[in-house]
Structure formats: C-alpha cells, structure tokens
Design a protein around this ligand. Structure first.
Ligand code: SAM
Length: 269
C-alpha cells in the first residue's frame, strides 16, 4: 500500500487508519474541516484530533501546507475555544502557524438572539511544514489605482530607519488580497450539488486555497472530504487529489460530483 492506492480516488474509511498507508512527505496541500465540537453528529462518527494532526504532519511535504477550517460550538453560554486549542497543538507538533485567516459568510445562518452578535465567520488556520514552498498570491484591484501621492515614504520602517527619503510612487493597479475571504454559502449552482451534506465548503473557497498553495500536478488531500468539494476542485484545477471519508453516503456523493465535473470538462474540450 502507498499513496498510489489513494491518488485520484475517494476512499471510504477512518482517515487515521488509512493515512498510515501513505508515505512520509508526499502531500503538497491538505484542505479540510473537522466535525466542530460534535456540533453536527456525523452519524455518530468521532475523529481523534491529535492522531490526525500528527499524521498530517508526517505526510506533508517540507514546505507543504495544511488549511484547517474550523469554528467553535457555544456550550453552556461559552464558546469552547477548541479552534485555538487545535491551532496551538498543530504548533506543538512542529507546524508553523503561517496565517490565521478568516472565512466570512456573506449569508450567515440567522441565530436565536442570545445577547451576542451574529456569528458570521470561521477560522482558516494555515499551517506549514517549515517555510512555505509555493505561494501564488491572489491579486485584487487597488481602490485608488494610479493616484499620485504627494507624500514621501519611509526608508525602511521595520529597521527603525524612520526618516523620509523619496517621493511615494503612484498607487499600483493591483495588490495582494487580504486574509479575510468572503463567500456566499450554499447558493451557487456548483455548491448546491453538495446539498446532501450538512457542511460543504463553498467551491470558491477551496479554489482560492488550491490556487494559492499548489501548482498543477501537486497532491491535495482531504482526509474528511464529506461531499468531496476539495477533490472536485483539485481535479478541475489539474491537481491530484486524495479524498477519504468514513461515511459511505458522503463518499458516494463525492464520487458523483467528481464524475459530473469530469464529464463537464471532457465536453468542454
Ligand atoms: C465538516 S465535514 C467536511 C465537509 C467537507 N469539507 C465538504 O466540503 O463537504 C467533516 C466530515 O468528516 C467525516 N469524518 C468524521 N470522522 C471521520 C474519520 N474518523 N475519518 C474520516 N472521515 C471522518 C464526516 O463523515 C464528515 O463528512
């Protein structure tokens, strides 16, 4: 057994057991989301977080990335803080906490008022095994592109050289996107295919991460792939995927979605 038995397949089973068959240092990117604080009862399945995070460290290539999308349940009036505890554990076992990003939902689920503001985001912790090897930054338009600035720039602010030297250049056309990413959840046609699952990723969120942290031909893993969003998007972007889920029903849903994208892409050729 080795990675070749899992490449470009959805495999049904417990990710902890199946990942043991995968070699060290072979995965470029993992994008996944665990069952949050048992918020949703996935047909009674549990997942042992510490074992999984250690397996993720082992299979990730040096310079590879894990994107861990997570939020906390509120239990007895308090958020659990599990997301933070998990992030710190990833650090303890050797990952860098490369970036704490936010997934903001443009259409959050309305909540019963409990003297707090509507919860509208999840964390996207970006961990890396050593220094990140691939980053294809997403660029966005600058609001004031082309604007001539009258002021001057600091020579090198971070090195305490705080004297002003030369005139600032005009504002560029493009800049690197910020780390709060916003998506509509569950409304787009491509996301509605996943409605047999209670918590699918928006395809666009996965697309943005796969583009950012990998190149074509790289290996993308989702050890709890649910409706298969990570795998479907990896296929679409010409990356290799490994999908694992413990539920037969979700594996079937993931396989159906991948077949659909395969035939759509073949028709487009
Ligand atoms: C938050 S959902 C993932 C949804 C997914 N990101 C998507 O786009 O559909 C978590 C998934 O973990 C799966 N799961 C829970 N424990 C597992 C385990 N030990 N091994 C593999 N999958 C597991 C559940 O069946 C569920 O589909």
């Amino acid at each position: 057994m080795g990675i070749n038995n899992y490449i470009n397949r959805i495999t049904e089973g417990n990710c902890i057991e199946l990942m043991q068959n995968i070699e060290n240092d072979v995965v470029d990117l993992t994008i996944t989301s665990p069952p949050y604080d048992d918020l949703r009862n996935y047909k009674g399945y549990v997942f042992p977080f510490e074992e999984l995070s250690k397996e993720l460290f082992r299979v990730t290539k040096p310079g590879g990335v894990v994107v861990w999308v997570v939020a906390d349940a509120t239990i007895d009036g308090s958020e659990t803080g599990t997301s933070f505890k998990q992030a710190l554990f990833f650090k303890e076992i050797g990952f860098n906490l490369h970036d704490t990003m936010i997934f903001r939902k443009k259409n959050p689920i309305p909540q019963i008022y409990r003297k707090r503001y509507t919860n509208e985001f999840e964390f996207m912790f970006v961990f890396s095994k050593g220094a990140v090897k691939t980053h294809n930054p997403i660029l966005i338009d600058c609001l004031h592109a082309g604007l001539e600035l009258n002021g001057t720039t600091y020579k090198n602010y971070s090195k305490n050289e705080q004297y002003r030297e030369k005139l600032a250049k005009p504002v560029k056309d493009k800049k690197i996107k910020g780390n709060i990413w916003e998506y509509v959840v569950g409304k787009k046609l491509e996301d509605q295919e996943a409605k047999g699952h209670p918590a699918p990723f928006p395809c666009e969120l996965v697309r943005d991460h796969i583009f950012s942290w990998t190149n074509p031909g790289d290996v993308v893993l989702d050890p709890m792939c649910g409706s298969g969003t990570t795998c479907k998007v990896a296929y679409e972007l010409d990356r290799n995927y490994i999908g694992i889920d413990i539920s037969h029903e979700y594996c079937e849903l993931a396989r159906t979605r991948i077949k659909q994208i395969e035939s759509t892409m073949k028709l487009a050729l």
